[in-house]
Ligand binder design. Structure first.
Ligand code: ADP
Ligand code: MG
Length: 280
């Protein structure tokens, strides 16, 4: 699904990533760990298409399409989603309008009046609990037209699952949100947009135990519904891995992936830290 070879990234002449190789297969869960400043967020942002970085790679592909020249919106349309480590405030834009625009730009129009066929098809799904609750609004290829009120209804259900208050959709994006609300808002976006590749950058930091459990449950449920979606979890702590089992664990130090392994690598890191690979 995602295939990266020999990726070098710099910003303002400073080299941050120094030859990263990474392959993510369909449906796989990868965990990326590493000390502060090792380049994890940079890698995530470069995959999502952040324009400030200078990128060189012999191969940088998503589903066999070359990502190098694609703008972030085109990558989102292909199904790449990044949940930010530090989500930004967007004053004057409500969560609902933000999500509506985002959904529209990745999957086509969300409009006020639906065709009757779409209406009957969707409404039956809305009654189901839990699994139905988390069912994606529709993959990019499914419904070309989404009804505004149904879209709102589904978002309300996701918000309720995430224990976000009834007025949440009306609030300005991230403005005055607690740390936990910001993280859950990233998960809400993931659920609404139904991406194929989900990258979550330190989704677990700033969450208390209950918040972590809730977010982990939402991620698991999303993956059950959107089978085939792949996940890259960037984290400092093995604690989220109690709930979400990774297929692969990678360690990034000083701009390189220095070791890849399975779950036991995360356990090893929790015990011993990154000393083994650090030069300073
Ligand atoms: P991590 O997520 O692993 O903590 P980051 O990718 O955030 O690491 O940062 C890697 C390095 O790149 C750090 O030394 C950081 O200071 C530097 N860096 C990241 N973004 C910028 C930027 N916009 N301008 C200058 N340096 C940056
Ligand atoms: Mg980071």
């Amino acid at each position: 699904m995602l295939s990266i070879s020999d990726l070098a990234v710099s910003i303002e002449g400073k080299e941050i990533l120094k030859g990263v190789d990474l392959k993510i297969g369909k449906g796989e869960v990868h965990v990326l760990m590493g000390p502060n400043g090792s380049g994890k967020s940079t890698l995530a942002q470069v995959v999502a298409g952040a324009p400030q970085f200078k990128v060189q790679s012999s191969k940088f592909k998503f589903e066999n399409k070359d990502l190098t020249k694609l703008t972030p919106d085109k990558r989102a349309k292909l199904g790449i989603f990044l949940g930010f480590q530090n989500p930004v405030e967007i004053s004057g834009v409500s969560v609902f309008n933000f999500l509506r625009r985002a959904k529209q730009s990745v999957a086509g129009p969300v409009i006020s009046i639906p065709p009757a066929s779409a209406r009957s098809r969707r409404s039956s799904k809305l009654d189901k609990k839990s699994i139905g609750l988390l069912r994606a609004v529709g993959s990019p290829s499914s419904d070309a037209t989404r009804n505004l009120s149904m879209f709102r209804q589904e978002l309300l259900e996701y918000a309720s699952f995430l224990k976000l208050g009834e007025d949440f959709l009306r609030r300005a994006v991230n403005e005055g949100f607690s740390g936990g609300e910001k993280k859950r808002n990233e998960i809400l976006q993931m659920m609404a947009l139904s991406p194929k590749l989900v990258i979550l950058d330190e989704i677990d930091s700033g969450l208390d135990v209950d918040g972590l459990k809730l977010v982990a449950k939402a991620i698991k449920q999303f993956r059950l519904n959107d089978t085939g979606s792949s996940l890259i979890l960037i984290t400092h702590y093995a604690r989220i891995l109690k709930y979400i089992k990774p297929d692969f664990v990678h360690v990034m130090v000083e701009g390189k992936i220095v070791k890849s392994g399975k779950m036991n690598l995360a356990k090893e890191i929790e015990e011993k830290g990154y000393r083994l690979w650090q030069t300073v």
